[in-house]
Write a protein that binds this ligand. Sequence first.
Ligand SMILES: NC(=O)c1ccc[n+]([C@@H]2O[C@H](COP(=O)([O-])OP(=O)(O)OC[C@H]3O[C@@H](n4cnc5c(N)ncnc54)[C@H](O)[C@@H]3O)[C@@H](O)[C@H]2O)c1
Length: 377
Amino acid sequence: MKVVIPKETANGERRVAVVPDVVPKLSAAGLEVWVQSGAGLGAHHDDSAYQESGAKVTSDLIELFRGAKAVLKVQPPTLSEAKLIPVNALLISFLYPARNHEVTRGLAEGQVTALALELLPRISRAQSMDALSSQASLAGYKAMIIAAARLDKIIPMQMTAAGTLAPARVFVMGAGVAGLQAIATARRLGAIIEAFDVRAAVKDQIESLGAKFIEIPLESSEGSGGYAAEQSEEYLSRQRELLSERVAAADIVITTAAVPGRKAPILVTNEMVSRMRAGSVIVDLAAESGGNCEATVPGEETVFNGVNIVGILDVPSSVSVHASQTYSRNVSNLLLALLKEGEFNIDFSDELVNASCVTHSGEIRLGFGGAATGNNS
Ligand SMILES: NC(=O)c1ccc[n+]([C@@H]2O[C@H](COP(=O)([O-])OP(=O)(O)OC[C@H]3O[C@@H](n4cnc5c(N)ncnc54)[C@H](O)[C@@H]3O)[C@@H](O)[C@H]2O)c1
């Protein structure tokens, strides 16, 4: 069965869905891997590396997609890419159907079975397929490195003959996978770290990484599946008031707070930024879903009242080698788990398939709001 790895076309995307190292694993399962010429270049894998690993390489899109049974991608396809995917073929990728209506409709019309990696449940069987975690972890690390590079101070304490330099203070808001990795990285660099999350359950994890968990006297709404729920505007307003001092005291603020399927909550207002020391840095990893900081301009680095605000998008792409390596494992583990007796078995009694399958047999299965509510567009 033919499995296709197209070149990513999204602006600035340097990842590739499958690296050459993973090709032999797919071939051993009886799959024939086809790669679009140049697909791996952003992660420094040239065509010859794919050929040596046993893949076929072509620059002819018609030849690439002809007879494909599965297509593996990182970013959601464009509508024209979706139209290249043969009827009844499987697509595994990040898809974000709630913000990609037209493409989702196109996939349904093309009778593609599309599985969205971001919708896989976080159950132990799916841990090796969890691309949200593998990519968020790299993003959290890189956010701290970017912040350190922008800061006009060093991070660790230094005792020199010219006096003692105090360590930088880092405040991490949102301690999911990315936030915890940002904390771990800040710790390795020698920062003093504080962190906050609406889920009090992360307190122990924050403390075990050597950071201080900031508690606030507020009841947050419980989410499900380990995720945060969307908090009320009253809660967020009180949260901002109570955390304003912590933001003002920080040299670096890293915000990662997301609520699946929703716009990111505003955790840092312009007024809060105005209280920070000029030269401080905010890296807003939630820029992708609007930003946690009122002043963030998604995709840009700006300066507000002397504070550097980094609204960087697609951070994992900036570490494309490791991001592609881990993504390849995630996507191929899911693909191989579906392979039964030489076919890709789309069994809706399997919760991995049921939770992640966005389109199948011409239907949009998952609502554009993210819930499994059938075709509601
Ligand atoms: N296989 C597994 O068991 C597995 C794997 C990965 C993650 N998880 C869990 O999934 C959950 C979500 O992780 P994620 O990194 O994808 O989260 P995410 O990217 O959806 O959100 C990032 C963090 O922001 C927090 N947040 C939301 N609103 C906030 C607010 N107003 N103020 C402060 N923080 C706020 C969330 O609680 C979360 O910790 C976590 O519990 C994580 O431990 C489980």
